[in-house]
Design a protein around this ligand. Sequence first.
Ligand code: ATP
Ligand code: PRP
Length: 215
Amino acid sequence: MSGITLALSKGRIFDETLPLLKAAGIVALDNPEISRKLVIATNRADVRIIIVRASDVPTYVQYGAADLGITGKDVLDEHGGAGLYQPLDLNIARCRMVVAVPVGFDYASAVRQGARLRVATKYQQTASEHFAAKGVHVDLVKLYGSMELAPLTGLADAIVDLVSTGNTLKANNLQAVEEIAPISARLIVNQAALKLKREVIRPLIDALEKAVSHG
Ligand code: ATP
Ligand code: PRP
């Protein structure tokens, strides 16, 4: 097909992408929070949106099942980015990847003493690179969500997770002790699609870039 497919996850990414798409002249014809449709038409016959899990967006774009996608830098770092062109930081869904521990746990001194820490996270790649670079020995426990619960139940000493307002950490008596990286959503493009459908994709990238800089 000569049209293009954009992969989005519902919730935060979809909601924060809509105004950028609108500025680029693209309007979704269904709301994925209400409709059960996973393929959403737009006002443009040559542009459709597919709704996938946040962590699946890079996979759809890597294999060309979607031509473009919007995904958090956190997800992209875990995926590795193979085969993906990353032309734009969209500056939406902004948060920080941090190490957090229970209030009162002396993380700095545990690290100084060379303690082996158990760290729960959904972000194993990011966490292992971070601790390896610091020379800190950790045992990673893979979780799929609600990381904040791990230190409260004895599953882990620390977590690696995303923080925005800090409300979730605070509500669970945790505190951030290290910032790993600032996070925001990125536009990703399948490299082969960029070549084959350049006349549709390039103007869309340019329009989104304009929308970001004017936002
Ligand atoms: P999955 O459905 O695969 O488990 P998820 O639940 O992490 O993914 P969302 O909660 O919709 O998916 O988050 C999508 C993206 O939004 C994340 O990858 C991250 O980049 C960003 N994000 C996550 N939490 C926050 C937050 N509290 N504030 C701002 N941005 C966030
Ligand atoms: C993310 C993240 C934290 C929370 C941080 O979860 O995993 O739990 O946001 O935000 P805060 O600092 O503003 O409290 P999310 O809300 O996406 O829920 P999820 O577990 O469904 O991903």
